[in-house]
Design a protein around this ligand. Sequence first.
Ligand code: HEM
Ligand SMILES: [Ca+2]
Length: 300
Amino acid sequence: MKMRRILEKAYHTLLACTGISSNQLKTDRDRQTDILCGVVGCDASVLIASKPGNTSGLAEKDAHDNKNLPVEAFDSIKKAKALVENKCPGVVSCADILAIAARDFVHLAGGPYYQVGKGRWDGRISMASRVSFNLPRANSSVDELLKLFGSKGLNLEDLVALSGAHTIGFAHCEHFVSRLYDYRGTKKPDPYIEPRFLKALQMSCPPFGGNVDVVAPFDVTTPFSFDHAYYGNLQAKMGLLATDQALFLDPRTRPIVVELGKDKQRFFQAFSAAMEKMGSIGVKRGRKHGEIRKDCSVHS
Ligand code: HEM
Ligand SMILES: [Ca+2]
C-alpha cells in the first residue's frame, strides 16, 4: 500500500547523509514507536533474526509478544537500508532507519512531521527472553504502565500522548476478548464499553473458537488517519484495550485525555515531544556498545 512512498521518503531523508559527517550525526538526539524501543532501547535489536539451531535462545522478533509484527515492516526497513548502503556504506544504522521510518509512517498517515535526531548505533544483543517484562500488556493497570514508562524516563503526559499512536492500527481479539465476556472474572462484559460498540466487537470476536487472525480497529472513527479522534473515543467508552480505556478512567490521566482530545495541534505537539524522548531511550553510541550493521537482521 503506502509502503513504497514510506520507503521513498525514508530514502530521501537519508540521502542527506552524503552531505553530513557521521560525527555531526552523532551530536543529534531523537524519537520513534512502541515495539521499536520497548526492550533495550532504540537499537534495532528487534530486527535481528534468530539463528537456526541457536542454543543461546531466540532473538527479540521471535518472542511471543512480537509474533504479529508484520513481515512487510521488516521488508521495508531492509529495502531502505539497501538503498542507503548503496550511497553511503557503513554510515547509517538500522536503528536510525527505524526511527525515521516510524516518523515517516506517522506523517504519511496525517500525523506530525518532527525532526529525528540521528547517530544511534545498532545493539549487539537481541534476546526474546527480555521482551515480555519490557512491553506493556493490554490489561496492565495505569499504575503498571506508569511504572514501566517511568523506568524509561517517560512521564504521565508521555504515556497518554504515546498511547495516542492507537489512533491508527488494529489489535487481535486475544488482547481485548476478556473485556467483552468476562471482565475481571465477573462473567459480564466490562461496564466501560459503549453498548453498541460492545455488540460490534462481540460479533467480530466470539468468546471461544474464533478465528485468531481477526482484528478490530483501535480507533473506530478514523482507523487510518493519525488524528486526535482516539481521545474522543475514550471519553465515549470506545477504547479498545483495557489500557486505552483506563487512561480516561484514571483521575491522573483523565485531564490529559480531555485536553489532547480537544485540540489536534496540542496532541501533535505532545506526541512529537514524547517520541523524541522515547527515541533516545537506551541509545547506543560507539563501537564498545554498538555496531553499524550492513544487514539489519544480522549482527556485524
Ligand atoms: C501504553 C501501553 C501500550 C499497550 C498496552 C499497547 C498494546 C498494543 C497491542 C496489544 C497491540 C495489538 C497487537 C496485535 O494484536 O497485533 C498494539 C498495536 C499497536 N500499537 Fe500499541 N501499546 C501501547 C503503547 C503504544 C505506543 C507507545 C505506541 C507508539 C508510539 C503504540 C503503537 C501501536 C501501533 C501503531 C499499533 C498497531 C499495529 C498494527 O495495526 O499492526 N502502542 N499495541
Ligand atoms: Ca484516527
